[in-house]
Design a protein around this ligand. Structure first.
Ligand code: SF4
Length: 85
């Protein structure tokens, strides 16, 4: 799944906020998608780029520290796209 992001997943919905013109996302599998500021360890709901949103809290409310940008429930929106991004 290397190269995939939540934006490529069937279960994500990514929208652009009219308030700040940044992106936010939801996950039908119950993960919380956020943009983690690498310098402050702060979770933010919005991101300048959609691919900066990734799962950080699992469906049970626990911090999710995945080893890549997607969770194990990932299903490609477009299976024909291939692995490389
Ligand atoms: S990869 Fe996982 S967390 Fe991301 S949208 Fe898909 S199911 Fe949700």
């Amino acid at each position: 799944m290397a190269g995939y992001h939540c934006t490529d997943c069937l279960f994500s919905k990514i929208e652009r906020s009219e308030k700040n013109d940044e992106f936010f996302g939801t996950c039908d599998k119950g993960y919380t998608l956020t943009n983690r500021n690498p310098h402050e360890c702060e979770l933010k709901n919005f991101a300048l780029e959609p691919d900066s949103l990734f799962p950080t809290v699992d469906p049970f409310g626990k911090l999710y520290l995945g080893t890549n940008w997607v969770c194990p429930a990932f299903r490609p929106r477009n299976p024909e796209k291939g692995i490389a991004k």
